[in-house]
Structure formats: structure tokens, C-alpha cells
Design a binder for this molecule. Structure first.
Ligand SMILES: C[S@@+](CC[C@H](N)C(=O)[O-])C[C@H]1O[C@@H](n2cnc3c(N)ncnc32)[C@H](O)[C@@H]1O
Length: 292
């Protein structure tokens, strides 16, 4: 993934056409697990960063109820449009979706002075440029005693299939081979085991860290394999290819999946949550400053 927000926005705008074909089986279970593990309750205010089409924002909105508030922030205007449509269809009044770069997001003034009650980032934190700094800044928007949580792919998840996508797409785009795979291009590999994610969350100024594994293995059908390319960050591998080449990539992937004997795709996910430890005065000071 590129560090340029415009490239990320374009990749996920393109992916938005088929993104929600993975909601029931992939994004949704993780988003629901994250909202649950955060322990959200009525009246809570939640910042959902990299919210996409709302897979974790909607379970959060249900948990916090009409007296609570969820702010979803994402770079992809097209995914946010899908989220807004879902909110409208469900008559939800407690969730707002904002198109912005989360690394520069400033909390609006209708959030309590001490900060949000919770921060949720599902399958997004490893896309943020300078992940450690960006996460620390977002944690700073949460009040002392508030909760933060992320979901990330567990080590091993998507690796076998991701390698197929990378190998096949590299035949058509030699530059891709130089840029490297998703795990090579993002800091995901730094936080993709229970132990490393736990240490990372604790290092961001939290306590009571809880990392759980959400096991999720799905049959590698042709549809799932292709939706996974067109509806996710893998979409970037198709940039610059014409229709014929894209069709050849799809055939190539199907052939490789058969040749490598891949019957199942592993979507296993770590769900990590923690409680923010910060003197209340410092927390309010930070927010007052960032809103000034
Ligand atoms: C794999 S999707 C996950 C979406 C959603 N959380 C879900 O689980 O369905 C990653 C999302 O991160 C968003 N994203 C990446 N970098 C971002 C940034 N700097 N600011 C805001 N959103 C970003 C992308 O636009 C994309 O929607």
C-alpha cells in the first residue's frame, strides 16, 4: 500500500464495487467481535478509524444506542457512501461518516472534552503511514479509562493466497515484484501475533490488554478468490492492467490455486483491545489543544 492518501483512496474507491461481498464472511464477524470486546455501552462515543463501509461502526452504533455517537472516518468516499446508505436504510441517527485522512483527523467539538470513550480500527491500522505515531495520536483522542481496539490479520492468514495473487500479478507488472507483498509493504508483520500485538498495545500507553484469535477459514471458491482481489487492498495489483490482462490474472489465479492445492483461505484475525492509561488533565489538555 502506498503512503500517499490519494492512492489509498483510489484503491479502496475501486474496491468498493465488490468490497461488501466480503462483509458477511470477513469484515462483519471481525467488526462485531471488536465492538463486543471493546465493551461498548449505551451513551458511549466511539471513533471508528478506517471504517470502510461500516463493518465495525454499525455494531458499535447498535451497542451505544440513540444516546451514544459513532464517528466513522475513512479516505474512500465510495465506501463511505455505502455506509451512509446502510445507515439511512436502518434509520440510524447516531452515526456520522466523514471522508478524511485519519492521520490528520481532529475530533469535532460535540465530543466530551476528555475525549472519545472508545477507538476502533478494524483491518486498518497497518495501512496508516507511520503506524506507531499515527496510532499514538489516535489513542490520544480517547479519554483516560477509555478503550481502544484493533483487528489485524493473524500471522499466516492470507499468506498462501496472497502469495498466489502476488506471483500472478507480478507476471503482468514487474514493478509489483519490486514493491513486495502486502506484508512486506506494511508494518502488519510487526503486530500479527498475539504476543507482538499485546506488547504493541501496551506500549501505546494502555493496560488490561486482551488479544483474542477469531478463527475464520473459508472454502477457496472461484468467487471468493476473485472478490478478495477486487474488493480489498489487493485491488492495487490490478492498477494499470487492461480488461484482457485482468481476465488473464483471474485465470492465472484460479490455475495457481488448483496447482498449489489450496482448498481453504485463512482469514484468521487478532482482535486486540486495551484500556487507556493517561492522567485526566493531560487528556483534556490534549483535546483542548487539538481543537483550538
Ligand atoms: C481493509 S479496509 C477495512 C474497512 C473496515 N474497517 C472493515 O473492516 O470493513 C481498510 C480501510 O482503511 C482505509 N484507510 C487506509 N488508510 C487510511 C487513512 N490514512 N485514513 C483513513 N482511512 C484509511 C481504506 O480507505 C479502507 O477503507
Amino acid at each position: 500500500m502506498s503512503d500517499n492518501p490519494a492512492d489509498t483512496a483510489r484503491t479502496f474507491d475501486d474496491a468498493s464495487v465488490t468490497f461488501d461481498l466480503l462483509t458477511d464472511t470477513v469484515w462483519g464477524p471481525a467488526g462485531t467481535a471488536l465492538a463486543f470486546q471493546l465493551g461498548l455501552g449505551p451513551g458511549d462515543t466511539v471513533l471508528d478509524v478506517c471504517c470502510g463501509a461500516g463493518a465495525s461502526a454499525f455494531p458499535a452504533a447498535a451497542a451505544v444506542g440513540p444516546s451514544g455517537r459513532v464517528h466513522g472516518v475513512d479516505l474512500s468516499a465510495d465506501l463511505l457512501e455505502k455506509a451512509r446508505l446502510i445507515a439511512e436504510n436502518r434509520a440510524l441517527q447516531n452515526v456520522d461518516f466523514v471522508c478524511a485522512d485519519a492521520t490528520a483527523w481532529e475530533a469535532p467539538s460535540d465530543i466530551p472534552a476528555d475525549g472519545y470513550d472508545a477507538l476502533a480500527i478494524s483491518y486498518g491500522v497497518f495501512f496508516l503511514p507511520d503506524m506507531h505515531r499515527a496510532f499514538a495520536r489516535l489513542v490520544g483522542l480517547v479519554r483516560h479509562g477509555g478503550r481502544v481496539g484493533v483487528t489485524v490479520w493473524r500471522r499466516g492468514a492470507l499468506e498462501e493466497y496472497g502469495q498466489v495473487v502476488f506471483d500472478v500479478a507480478s507476471r503482468f507488472d514487474p514493478e509489483l515484484a519490486e514493491r513486495g507483498s502486502l506484508r512486506a509493504r506494511t508494518p502488519l508483520h510487526e503486530i500479527d501475533t498475539p504476543h507482538t500485538l499485546e506488547a504493541w498495545l501496551a506500549g501505546a500507553g494502555t493496560h488490561s490488554v486482551d488479544v483474542r484469535v477469531l478463527s475464520n477459514r473459508l472454502p477457496a471458491t472461484d468467487d471468493l478468490c476473485w472478490n478478495l482481489v477486487t474488493g480489498t487492498g489487493y485491488r492495487a495489483a490490478l492498477n494499470g492492467l487492461d480488461d484482457e490482462q485482468i481476465a488473464a490474472v483471474r485465470r492465472g489465479i484460479a490455475d495457481e490455486v488448483t496447482a498449489r492445492g489450496i482448498h481453504t483461505i485463512d482469514f484468521s484475525t487478532l482482535v486486540g483491545t486495551a484500556t487507556v492509561r493517561r492522567p485526566p488533565t493531560a487528556a483534556s489538555g490534549h483535546l483542548r489543544q487539538s481543537r483550538a
